[in-house]
Design a protein around this ligand. Structure first.
Ligand code: PEP
Ligand code: MN
Length: 367
């Protein structure tokens, strides 16, 4: 199900069109000194696009909510003194007017705003007919339709230089990441809107500077188009997101270590790949056959429970299955997270089968 967005590439003079497009800068603009020092250091490392949050949507009140419009002249100086392009987040009409007034080159819509179609529509209406690049962060919740919906609203308003930023999705569970990457969602976005550039935000996905490299490498291996990384001249004392920011020097080290693999394959490589893919397809067939057989047994158990008036869910049995399978998975080199997810899905499907069998039996009896 391809979606047609009328998109033009974001080409910026003096910025190489080669992958990856890099945007870097502090989470928040804090002072003129901090904005310009960070920008100068980034510029020395070859960074051309400078990000800085002027208005910060915070989950809880009383956290630092951004310096506001007073920070915009600082971004203007970054442009004038260093020739960098500037980018900031806009969440309402006022932000858009102010950012445009100070010549901000690229706007982005933050994760909390993308989740709100009224706010996105308001921004789209304000930008109607303009030529400015707009990047749309995924909504905080893992909902690809909302993400695409925001892009469509902007596109309907005539904006063509669109891109997406993958910043992960919030979860209630504790996990290694601040925001779960759910890579299958940006991959699905790529499948649905093939010509849309997708930039990955390892800072907000990881939430810790130590994770930035691995997430960036993963983003490159998955063939995404760019990276937006939070960088601060003195990350330890940053007013927001201190743990996930890196110095411009550290950023350079991260970027230099990235291995860029190409996505086009020659004939020889292609036949090797075909062979390997055929093997994968065969395993996928087998997995489905085994699931089918397993669910047939679940149906039989459902009938047995019905006949003997036993409840569907028996927690002890489920705990035992999980423990046994995660241990076995670890021995086979499968992560606990993966095994837990797979078995949670299998269990749910089993319950669905058993419920159906039991209710069919009831329907049968009453009809
Ligand atoms: C940010 O980029 O600093 C930011 C607030 O990001 P997000 O909207 O992804 O939380
Ligand atoms: Mn941030």
């Amino acid at each position: 199900m391809g979606i047609k967005l009328n998109i033009e590439p974001i080409t910026l003079q003096g910025v190489s069109p080669d992958r990856p497009m890099i945007m870097a800068g502090p989470c928040s603009a804090e002072s003129e000194e901090q904005v310009l020092t960070t920008a100068r250091q980034l510029s020395q490392q070859g960074i051309k696009i400078y990000r800085a949050g002027i208005w910060k949507p915070r989950t809880r009140p009383n956290a630092f909510e951004g310096v506001g419009s007073v920070g915009l002249p600082w971004l203007k100086k970054v442009k004038e003194q260093l020739g960098m392009y500037t980018a900031t987040e806009v969440a309402n009409v006022k932000h858009v007017y102010e950012a445009l007034k100070y010549g901000v080159d690229i706007l982005w819509i933050g994760a909390r705003t993308t989740a709100n179609p009224f706010a996105v529509q308001e921004i789209a209406d304000t930008l109607k007919g303009m030529d400015i690049p707009v990047l749309v962060k995924n909504p905080v919740n893992p909902d690809i339709e909302l993400w695409i919906g925001a892009l469509e609203r902007l596109n309907d308003a005539g904006l063509r230089k669109l891109g997406a930023i993958h910043r992960g999705f919030s979860t209630y569970d504790k996990s290694l990441y601040r925001n779960d990457p759910h890579w299958q969602i940006p991959i699905e976005l790529r499948r649905r809107v093939p010509n849309l550039p997708i930039i990955v935000d390892p800072s907000h996905i990881g939430g810790k500077r130590e994770l930035i490299y691995d997430i960036s490498q993963r983003a490159m291996d998955l063939n995404f188009d760019g990276l937006i990384i939070e960088s601060h001249c003195n990350p330890e004392i940053a007013w927001s997101d201190a743990k996930q920011q890196v110095t411009p020097d550290a950023l350079k080290c991260i970027l230099d270590r990235l291995i860029l693999r190409h996505s086009d394959v020659d004939k020889q490589q292609s036949s090797t790949l075909e062979e390997l893919r055929a093997k994968i397809d065969k395993f996928d067939d087998e997995i489905l056959n085994i699931f089918e057989q397993r669910m047939n047994i679940a149906d039989q158990i459902g009938r047995f429970k019905k006949e003997n008036s036993i409840t569907i869910l028996q927690t002890n049995r489920w705990d035992a299955i999980l423990k046994k399978r995660t241990n076995m998975g670890l021995l086979k080199g499968l992560s606990e997270e993966f095994v837990l997810k797979i078995f949670a899905s299998i269990h749910q499907e089993s319950i669905n089968h058993q419920t159906k069998v039991m209710n069919d039996a009831i329907d049968g009896a009453t009809s």
